[in-house]
Ligand binder design. Structure first.
Ligand code: ADP
Ligand code: MG
Ligand code: ZN
Length: 363
């Protein structure tokens, strides 16, 4: 970016990595219950999710079904076979010393999700969505991660099924990411694979760079994208958090560039209480993880799962149908389809009484 003229217009380029907790009764590779909200620490554990020597993983069919349904909703390609890999790193929340995840054969690839921001339609490309296990959780006692006296670790969460959804760098403003996350949650909720109320059920890493604006006419120049130094902001847990963290980064990066300084390629942490992002570490490279295929899980053939598994009518289609079938305004149709539960209830009432009255009452 050093060649950039300080006066040049800059536009934000943003891509998201969204971790979503899938609603299953048991963990992704063992039979431990995922319902650990009120449980004592380390009571929902077994040799597999504690990573004890010799314990073997068994894949949870429900987690795979949820990912396939999500893939269908995102118009993604679901390959004939999908595989699991070990992502190696050392951290106390990771009992095995590696995370079981997917690498070069993820369960979903090349999808898209349509979002609307103030009546502008944007199709956000989905690069991939893959299954993985959540690590455990750490509790720092007597301070933050750098100042705590000691840290406690709870493996109840270790092995909870996640799907990581990676988007193309298709967002051009923090507002668009907020609309996307809201839409994604709506779709997940319609599919019945997600509980928004659950603590930590949605976690976002936001990648952002500033690119010369004249290169943004139409499609973004691939070279400009490659060249731009980007930051990855971690620890975002809400739509609003994503929007705020990104707005902060837009200002910070723009100021740096306009003062002739280079934006460092790094990982930053969103400090929600202070409303700022802080530098965490230089970004690790892929080779640091020493990915290799998990020999204890055979490749999974999923070609016929896509035909077998059905998905319900999704929010956009239902909104459109409500407008046509019941003569509702866009606003009323949006309100009545925001969750599947409300939409089902409205249709029940509309069938038995009068659609206009039903719309008013239910809204
Ligand atoms: P990594 O392996 O470092 O996480 P990836 O190439 O897999 O990197 O991309 C991760 C995320 O970064 C994706 O969401 C992608 O859209 C986004 N991204 C890629 N290039 C840029 C860029 N120039 N500016 C902002 N985000 C980007
Ligand atoms: Mg990343
Ligand atoms: Zn277990």
């Amino acid at each position: 970016m050093s060649t950039q003229a300080a006066t040049e217009d800059l536009a934000a380029v943003i891509g998201l990595e969204v971790h979503v907790q899938l609603e299953t009764d048991t963990k992704i590779f063992c039979g431990c219950s995922t319902d650990a909200a009120d449980a004592e620490p380390n009571t929902h554990t077994c040799p597999t999710c504690l990573g004890l020597p010799g314990a073997l993983p068994v894949l949870n069919e429900g987690a795979v079904e949820a990912a396939v349904r999500l893939g269908k909703a995102l118009h993604a390609d679901i390959p004939e076979r999908t595989t699991f890999h070990r992502k190696n790193y050392f951290y106390p929340d990771l009992p095995k010393g590696f995370q079981l995840t997917q690498y070069d054969a993820p369960i979903c690839q090349d999808g898209e999700l349509e979002v609307r921001v103030e009546d502008r339609r944007r199709d956000i490309g989905i690069t991939r969505a893959h299954l993985e296990e959540d690590p455990g959780s750490l509790q720092h006692v007597g301070g933050s991660i750098d100042t705590a006296d000691y840290t406690k670790v709870d493996y109840n969460r270790a092995g909870t099924p996640l799907v990581e959804i990676v988007t193309e760098p298709d967002f051009r403003s923090p507002d668009e990411t907020r609309a996307f996350l809201a839409k994604l949650e709506e779709v997940l909720e319609y599919l019945g694979v997600y509980d928004a109320e659950r603590d930590g059920s949605l976690r976002v890493d936001a990648n952002i760079s500033m690119v010369p604006a004249d290169e943004l006419a139409g499609d973004v120049d691939d070279a400009a994208l490659e060249e731009a130094n980007r930051t990855e902001v971690k620890n975002i847990s809400s739509h609003k958090g994503a929007q705020q963290a990104l707005a902060y980064e837009v200002t910070r990066q723009r100021n740096a560039i306009q003062r002739g300084r280079e934006v460092e390629q790094e990982t930053r942490h969103w400090d929600e209480s202070r409303g700022i992002t802080v530098s965490m570490r230089s970004k690790e490279a892929e080779k640091d993880y020493r990915y290799f295929e998990e020999a204890d899980l055979p490749p999974l053939e999923v070609s016929d799962w896509k035909e077998r598994l059905e998905i319900p009518e999704l929010p956009d289609a239902r909104r459109e149908r409500f407008r046509e079938e019941y003569g509702l305004s866009s606003e009323a149709a949006s309100k009545l389809t925001s969750t599947k539960e409300v939409a089902d209830f409205f249709e029940d009432v509309a069938e038995q009484y009068d659609p206009d009255l039903a719309a008013t009452w239910v809204a």
